[in-house]
Design a protein around this ligand. Structure first.
Ligand code: UDP
Length: 161
């Protein structure tokens, strides 16, 4: 688990973004990374992995009773996932807005889901839905040693410091 002294407040807020297997297959990894980079968020963790049932059952623990749960795990283990941790002010809320509604049918054009998918069960990307949820998910997907603390050289152009 992440050390409890990690500061997630203010500009150090972090979120888990995962490019799901359908988006990896569709060569959308670069497109999705590009949107977060261009917005000004800072990449602090990145890896490709074949997610295990164990990891996903912890990640989606709140959905275990849903009818779609087993097909969700099948989907999420159907190929590699690209997991990322992005950092910046209000990154949790902003990235949910950038990703769009869970159901692509109601995701606004301009959002990732609104631009790249059509069906709720193939909705290309995951984004944590709260700061607490993000901390929990980051500690599931990443070892603390896989997260990099580094300074962006032009921070004053992005943040009002
Ligand atoms: N999902 C699905 N069918 C549904 C609802 C959700 O297949 O009716 C899948 C979908 O991939 C979604 C994931 O389960 O992204 C997690 O659902 P959640 O409600 O947490 O949505 P999210 O936070 O991903 O927008």
């Amino acid at each position: 688990n992440l050390s409890s002294d990690t500061d997630f407040s203010g500009i150090k807020e972090r979120t888990l973004i995962a490019v799901k297997p359908d988006a990896v297959q569709r060569r959308l990894v670069g497109e999705i990374i590009k949107r977060f980079e261009q917005r000004g968020f800072q990449l602090v963790g990145l890896k490709m992995l074949q997610a295990s049932d164990k990891l996903l059952s912890q990640h989606y623990v709140s959905l275990q009773r849903k009818a779609f749960y087993s097909s969700l795990l099948y989907y999420m283990t159907s190929g590699p996932v690209v997991a990322m941790v992005w950092e910046g002010p209000n990154v949790v809320r902003s990235s949910r807005l950038m990703v769009g509604d869970t159901d692509p049918a109601t995701a606004a054009p301009g959002t990732i889901r609104g631009d790249y998918c059509l069906h709720i069960s193939r909705n290309v990307v995951h984004a944590s839905d709260s700061v607490e949820g993000a901390q929990r998910e980051i500690s599931l997907w990443f070892h603390p040693s896989e997260l990099v603390d580094w300074d962006v050289c032009d921070q004053k152009n992005i943040y009002h410091l």
